[in-house]
Ligand binder design. Sequence first.
Ligand SMILES: Nc1ncnc2c1ncn2[C@@H]1O[C@H](COP(=O)(O)OP(=O)(O)OP(=O)(O)O)[C@@H](O)[C@H]1O
Length: 254
Amino acid sequence: MGVLAAHQLVIDVPNRITQPLDLVIEPGQVWGVLGPNGAGKTTLLHTLAGLRAPRSGSVTLDATPLARLGRRRAAQRLGLVFQERLESFPATVLETALIGRHPFLAAWQQESHADHARAQQALERLDIAHLGQRLVNTLSGGERQRVALATLLTQNPAIWLADEPTNHLDLQHQSGVMALMAGQAREGKSVMMCLHDLNLASRWCDHVLLLYPSGEARAGERDALLTTEILEPLFQQRLAVGDIDGQQVFVPRH
Ligand SMILES: Nc1ncnc2c1ncn2[C@@H]1O[C@H](COP(=O)(O)OP(=O)(O)OP(=O)(O)O)[C@@H](O)[C@H]1O
């Protein structure tokens, strides 16, 4: 279990004053971070992951400040999928997934059979087991994205942070990945992801955080915030809304 919380957090977006943010991401919750390009979604996610220092305020994991937890202990509890991953050294898909176990290994220690089994299961879950021995830099964009998610699944953190996890994915794998994230939440993980697709947020998230280019933010339950009255000014885009199988569906209107 892990509770990630932001306390009067001001993220460091160049040339912008952002509103202090108080936020608690509880186990079992799926949060979507929404907002136009440049609103600060990635900066927020990296700040919540401890990769970027806030301008002020703090982030705690189970009430311990991330800054005090240290990289290794934080990596045992919290994982992040980056928006774009540049593979700087030639590694196979299986070797890359195994990196998810590194926070749990001593510097001299080899991955165990259990680690290999966990990585193999993750590859199967992400539908890339057949690519296990391929070099990651030979993969397509969608296949690489699934390797990044398989690495996170192999890491198995209590807190899942993902920056546009459905990037590059076809429709079937978009649904599969969102179902994976929701399934993690049902197992008691805390999940937050940046999304550009309102309909994925509407279908799979129970909470949303809206980031405005002005530096303001609004957080709360999905149904209270995913309305045309709120979303149209946020995205500066007129929207039509419909109901399909009990789910709100948003379509840009011209
Ligand atoms: N190192 C940097 N130097 C200058 N400006 C930066 C830097 N990093 C981020 N920014 C700016 O901070 C703002 C927020 O960037 P961020 O990547 O967090 O936005 P985002 O909401 O994730 O955008 P997108 O939807 O395009 O992915 C942007 O205007 C960006 O240009």
